[in-house]
Design a protein around this ligand. Structure first.
Ligand code: SRM
Ligand code: SF4
Length: 572
């Protein structure tokens, strides 16, 4: 391991707790961008400098600056927002952004295309709606995700409370966010004994850090893809008696670099509800002190655990806690998707989970969903909007009296989920044109690929069967493709690696089946598999299990990690 700190470490250390020269950069009128070091720091404030990549060639030809715009991510712990907050997000998207709202795989809102002169106004409007963007990105703990319906059961309420508590406890304490965006007082109290960031210190974490809370048997949060997971253990009365603690999950890897890999978390221990926040803090501080600060591609918690071992990690956490944790308790999952459509919660209130294709809330001629959701928000009394970890939204908490009115609006605006099982279980990351790291399209391509595969499924009599399909425009894994039954990961423009064999419940990674294939290659590879799945599957057998049983791919087992570029798993 090299001893030289990565460049980001120096930037963070010198930033005076995330200030850098962001404030000055906002006043710099000659460019629509900001300087490179500040681009790293604004991430901690939930803000990314991007540009429209579709316009790059033309603007380069005309010697123009890139078409800069900022992506702003709003932190929404557990995904719960009020109708008033929804209306304000909807307005901000039109007033300052690209006119669409993007619901993310981590229960957040994203705006794209906000120009520099509107940035402060946007953050202030978000703050006016009692939301913020602090720590939505950056080397800190991010938005904590959780099943989106706190009222589904008593356990859901407890798990949701934990998500909020974790999110608050692990927020950065620097006043920089308020100073820069909300015109707060410029105070940096460095008087003796004053610790600005008691949990993070001046260099924050070596890398991003993510937490999810799961309530079995649902694994809608994909808990094992997270640095840290809490898996609720519920007794017969429906109360949470504690949480299994999982550590060391993560999706990101780099093509051609076998030392980087997706990894599912290890279930390390059990803790009581009262211990959970403290356990999270100690996990974070062990990673803060032992994570790799030299190589950012090796800096996530998953590598700390791979390098030092789970036993070492658990002992390090327990030393800081001052007590031993109990062994994990039995649990099992049954799916990773959302429960779409109508559900009734334990208070007798109604919820409707709406499928939003790839989380993009926009009006189209046959589905004016942005307008529809706005109209629902205007009339929804008592209830709220819940963003899900699968890029969908739940209109939640309707009284029986209100239900027929909302039902009418759902129908009027095409918000009923009249889609195939494949489309309802499809998820793509943003990718082009805004993502600076995209190698190819995802959100703009997956819908048409699904249409073509739907034809194959329809012919095979599988229209309503659920197969989890996820696509990303690069190997970073933002739509968690390595735990999809069909995973497609951008490799080159218009070309993807195809992965198969993940478990339907998110507990087994997939493996490379075909490398660098284009649209025709993807359809050609999947068609015979879907057809034989229709003919030869066993009762209740999921597609991911089927391709393993029939020998199309080997299961990922040892260490639950793989290097996704190695073809040794294919056609085993
Ligand atoms: Fe992500 C970077 C979008 C969830 C792994 N992700 C990015 C950036 C910010 C690109 C960048 O760094 O310049 C993308 C912005 C695209 C755009 O134009 O909006 C981006 N990530 C997203 C979202 C919006 C995808 C979506 O379609 O919903 C998700 C926002 C979540 C949120 O609200 O916080 C999103 N990203 C994820 C997930 C899924 C999850 O966390 O459950 C992962 C995989 C899990 C993990 O972290 O291991 C993920 N994103 C990455 C990585 C790879 C990290 C790694 O360890 O290697 C990067 C690149 C990086 O950090 O260097 C990245
Ligand atoms: Fe961008 Fe890659 Fe994440 Fe997709 S997976 S949003 S292309 S970083």
């Amino acid at each position: 391991m090299s001893e030289t700190l990565s460049k980001n470490e120096t930037i963070k250390e010198a930033s005076r707790y995330l200030r850098g020269t962001i404030a000055e950069g906002l006043d710099e009128a000659v460019t629509g961008g900001i300087v490179e070091d500040d681009q790293q720091l604004t991430k901690f404030h939930g803000i990314y400098l991007q540009d429209d990549r579709d316009l790059r060639p033309e603007r380069r030809r005309k010697r123009m600056e890139r078409a800069f715009g900022f992506m702003v991510r709003v932190r929404v712990p557990g995904g719960v927002t009020t109708p008033a907050q929804w209306l304000e997000m909807d307005r901000i998207a039109d007033a300052y952004g690209s006119g669409t709202l993007r619901l993310t795989t981590r229960q957040a809102f994203q705006f794209h295309g906000i120009i520099k002169t509107n940035l402060k106004r946007s953050i202030q409007a978000i703050n006016g709606a009692l939301l913020d963007t602090l720590a939505a990105c950056g080397d800190v703990n991010r938005n904590v995700i959780c099943n989106p319906n706190p009222h589904e059961s008593r356990a859901s309420a407890a798990a949701h409370e934990l998500a909020r508590a974790l999110s608050e406890h692990l927020l950065p304490q620097t006043p920089a966010y308020h100073e820069i965006w909300l015109e707060g007082e410029k105070i940096l109290d460095t008087s003796e004994g004053r610790v600005v960031e008691p949990i993070y210190g001046s260099k924050y974490l070596p890398r991003k850090f993510k937490i999810a809370v799961a309530i079995p048997p649902g694994n809608d949060v994909d808990v094992l893809a997270h640095d840290l997971g809490f898996i609720a253990i519920v007794d017969k009365s429906g109360s949470v008696v504690g949480y299994n603690v999982s550590v060391g999950g993560g999706m990101g890897m780099t093509h051609g670099e076998p030392e980087t890999f997706p990894r599912l978390a290890d279930v390390m221990a059990f803790c009581t509800p009262e211990q959970a926040v403290d356990v999270a803090e100690k996990v974070v501080t062990v990673q803060r002190d032992f994570g790799d600060r030299a190589n950012r591609k090796h800096a996530r918690l998953k590598y700390t655990i791979e390098d030092r071992g789970l036993k070492w990690f658990k002992a390090a956490v327990e030393r800081r806690l001052g007590y031993a944790l109990e062994p994990p308790r039995p649990f099992s999952f049954d799916s990773t998707g959302d429960r779409l459509g109508w559900t009734k919660d334990h208070r007798g209130r109604w919820n409707y989970a709406i499928a939003i294709e790839n989380g993009r809330v926009k009006d189209t001629p046959d589905r004016p969903m942005k307008t529809g959701l706005r109209e629902i928000a205007k009339v929804l009394k008592d209830g709220d909007f819940r963003l899900t970890p699968n890029q969908n939204v739940v209109v939640a908490g309707m009284s029986a009296r209100q239900k027929p009115g909302i039902e009418r609006l759902l129908k009027e605006y095409g918000l009923t989920n009249d889609f195939s099982g494949l489309r309802l279980n499809a998820m793509a990351c943003v990718a082009l044109p805004t993502c600076g790291l995209a190698l190819t399209d995802a959100e703009r391509y997956l819908p048409s690929l699904v249409t073509e595969l739907e034809n194959v499924m329809e012919r095979a009599g599988l229209r309503d069967d659920a197969i989890v399909i996820r696509m990303t425009g690069c190997p970073n894994g933002c739509a968690r493709p390595y735990i999809a039954e069909i995973g497609l990961v951008g490799r080159n423009p218009g070309r993807y690696n195809l992965y198969l064999g993940a478990a339907f419940d998110g507990t087994r990674l997939n493996k490379l089946y075909r490398a660098d294939v284009d649209h025709t290659g993807i359809v050609a590879a999947l068609t015979p598999l879907i057809e034989s799945y229709a003919r030869e599957r066993e009762d209740g057998e999921c597609f991911g299990d089927f391709v393993i049983r029939r020998g199309h791919i080997r299961p990922t087992t040892a260490g639950n990690r793989f290097h996704a570029d190695l073809p040794e798993g294919a056609n085993a």
